[in-house]
Design a protein around this ligand. Sequence first.
Ligand SMILES: [Cu+2]
Length: 547
Amino acid sequence: MSDTATDPVSDKESCTAGFRRLATHEPEAPGHFLVRIVHNEISLHETLDALGLRTPVWTFDGEMPGGLIEVGQDQRVQVVFENAIPPTAETPFEAHLDGDPKGLATSSVGMHHGAWIEHGLRSGFVIHLHAAAVPPIYDGNPGTTEPLKPGERSRRVYENRQRARLMWYHDHSMGQTAGTVYAGLAAPYVIRGPTERVLERTCGLPRGTRELLLVLQDRSFERDARGRLTGRFTYHVEPNKEWAGEDLLTNGRVRPWLQVDQQPYRVRILNATNGRFLKLYLRRGDDNATLTVAPITWIGCDGGLLPAALTADPRQGIFLGPANRADLVVDFRALEPGPWKLVSRIFDSKNPYNNGDRDETEAADVDVVMQFTVVTSRAPHAPFAPPARLSEDVPSRDEVRQLIRAGQITPRDVDMTLTEVEGPPLLQLINGRGFHEPVDPAREQFRAGEWIRLRIRNDTPDAHPIHLHLVSFWVEGRSRTAFTPTQETGLLDTVWCPPGSGGAVTTILFQLPTDPPLSGRYMFHCHILEHEDHDMMRPFDVVPQPM
Ligand SMILES: [Cu+2]
């Protein structure tokens, strides 16, 4: 499945430009959603379809990625999750442990690292809505939330009192998140807001059929002893190491195809891979000399709209770590009609060291994400003309820095360390502790309303995308690298923390919410799911302000 560069026209699958929205399950009560977690066998590629092969997956609402939940800013919704995966269900893909199985021994904190590879995934899920500011009981913390067992239902209330943005919900269950997300338990969630509607009306921000939502995942396909595809996914990993699939999937299809007009499109992209860093470009046909980001404008990222629109940087492409999102306007008027591809120069956590500033266009480094045919449009051209200020509801990174210099904000400095402990089992740790060890008040306890400057020091050989629950943050800076992802003028919730001999430090700034319901126990963790499962995850507490 990984060599269809030689067969560029065979992938004529219509890309799901619009996800199937989840229906409200009580028509008289808008905003009430039911998400059934079910096994399904799905179609992923015409090569598999022609062989009569379908792919077994675990899904939210029958599809991979799961059904889209779309809500308005400040719209209160309730989502009922129902676990319909029987307790006897087998892991829906082939999982194999490479290397020494002693690496799977329980860790220093008694966790069952990777045990699911030997014993199978458990049908018990802890659903997390990534980027949601919700009370701890709805946050999907596997340390404090009982897994949703087969046949059970659990209700979540999401107030959506936060900036409009693309989010996603996925399983977060203890020690097996890499497996359950790989099995299919991830889905998009969109909050829409009034600022976007103004931009649509006044500046030509594309919408409707010219709005695309792309969820990128990576998978490998199993072959039998004779080298024939079986239709199933396969997953090989060394004890507690990260893993990357051979094929990139877009909206649950391998290299899907979409016809687009020579018009601007709003394109939102979620990196939902287990652990890959992506650098996206457009390419004319198969010619790597044509790699370009020229038609691409950044308008938003993890935390919603940027303060101002930004031209994409040809040296870094659209750089997205695991769990990061891009909100882009791609003006296909700038491209010659004909076949184009969205491609990624592949990174993984072991190879982030070129820091994005090197020019590297060798074919071997490029994977196809999806294919476009650009056709001449007869409709009147509708240019996107962003205003100087796209959004004004939050300060830009530079404005936050100025507020600090002027003494109007005085963040408390807090250090976080990322370390690796040689095994077996190999462990990646935050602050030198496993997930179940007690909270360190100096480093893992924040007050409501408090400003924090978190200095994340990476002493491991890998880059780690560190995700904070509850808050969005600004990236203040990094030591030992000149590379700054374009979108970091805005708010993120998952940050690229590069390694550096002697420890590179990535510094982020954020304010804890003051709402009393948004206090209690949350988490920060690496979003390389295998790392998260192997203890690169820690609780943090938000405590009330002193009287
Ligand atoms: Cu990591």
